[in-house]
Design a protein around this ligand. Structure first.
Ligand code: FES
Length: 319
């Protein structure tokens, strides 16, 4: 199955200060592939950049994908291009949805923690939980009311919503205290999406408070140093192609694979989008991405070849 889809911009909508939603529909009518809450898609933007955005609409919908995009003041060209260059009716190539932030629909209780535009995947999760009649609550943090995207849609869902606006509360939220309101419980799942400092704090507090099922989705790459025992030189065996490639420190594993003519999916090249995920058959990767959970990393079943390295002399990939 092709991993790319041809879509067009059906609607651009103001959602909040500096935030628009982009509704995409299939060029040839019909339906898009189904997706699950927490999924994201890549947009192949007119300026040549490829950027990932979380889907915010109901996962029951197949006729459209909707993403929310904040114009990032520190934009390296992605969000600025979405805000300034996309036009209604414009064709655009997108990827099929991928999900590294999957919702456990069977959880006894779910807590969704959103910082700013991090609300987009959580709104999709909230819609799903509400449709299933599962108990959940939302903690939504924003600097100001005018910048809180999708607030009305969230309020319309009718679940308990703790809205914290820095400008009205006189400062940032006490995340630890909010997370501590609920005692640790193996049947509760916590999901967070937002700026990196919030996610770092969320992970730390969940660990301290004993919230075992804590899940995050990052937008930005994390700086992960190579492990002390990572190798500069190693051999990669491509099991399906029956080839071996020598990897050296000057080039990423992804670049080495591409140079060897191996067709690879990739977009961010920063360990954030998950598109270069590759199955590991043998060997020990040195995971440096922001996609896989600690558990997934420990299992060594897959790796993001754009940023990750290798700790063993030999790595066998399902390529
Ligand atoms: S290309 Fe995005 S995670 Fe590797």
């Amino acid at each position: 199955m092709s991993t790319h889809l041809q879509a067009f911009v059906h609607t651009l909508r103001f959602e909040a200060q500096d935030t628009i939603s982009v509704e995409l529909r299939p060029v040839d009518g019909g339906d898009f592939p189904a997706f699950t809450p927490g999924a994201h898609i890549d947009l192949h933007l007119p300026n040549g950049l490829v950027r990932s955005y979380s889907l915010s609409n109901s996962s029951q919908e197949r006729h459209r994908y909707v993403v929310g995009v904040l114009r990032d003041r520190a934009s390296r060209g992605g969000s600025r291009c979405v805000h300034e260059s996309l036009r209604v009716g414009m064709p655009i190539t997108i990827s099929v949805p991928r999900n590294h932030f999957a919702l456990d629909e069977g959880a006894a209780h779910t807590v969704l923690v959103a910082g700013g535009i991090g609300i987009t995947p959580l709104l999709c999760m909230a819609r799903r939980l509400q449709a299933l009649g599962r108990p959940f609550e939302v903690l939504y943090f924003a600097r100001e009311r005018k910048g809180a995207a999708f607030l009305q849609e969230l309020q319309a869902l009718g679940m308990p919503l703790h809205l914290h606006l820095d400008s009205e509360a006189g400062g940032p939220p006490d995340l630890r205290a909010l997370l501590a309101q609920r005692p640790p419980d193996a049947t509760t799942h916590h999901y967070a999406c937002g700026p990196a400092p919030m996610l770092d704090a969320f992970e730390k507090f969940c660990a301290e408070l004993g919230h075992a099922n804590a899940h995050i989705e990052r937008f930005a790459p994390v700086q992960v140093q190579a492990a002390a025992d990572a190798r500069g030189h190693y051999t990669v065996e491509l099991r399906r192609s029956g080839r071996c490639i020598g990897i050296t420190p000057e080039k990423s594993l992804l670049d080495s694979l591409l140079e060897a003519g191996i067709p690879m999916d990739y977009s961010c090249c920063e360990g954030v989008c998950g598109s270069c995920e590759t199955r590991v058959l043998e060997g020990e990767p040195d995971h440096r991405d922001a996609v896989l959970s600690a558990q997934e990393k420990a299992s060594n079943q897959v790796m993001m070849v754009c940023v990750s390295g290798c700790k063993s002399e030999r790595l066998v990939l399902d390529l």
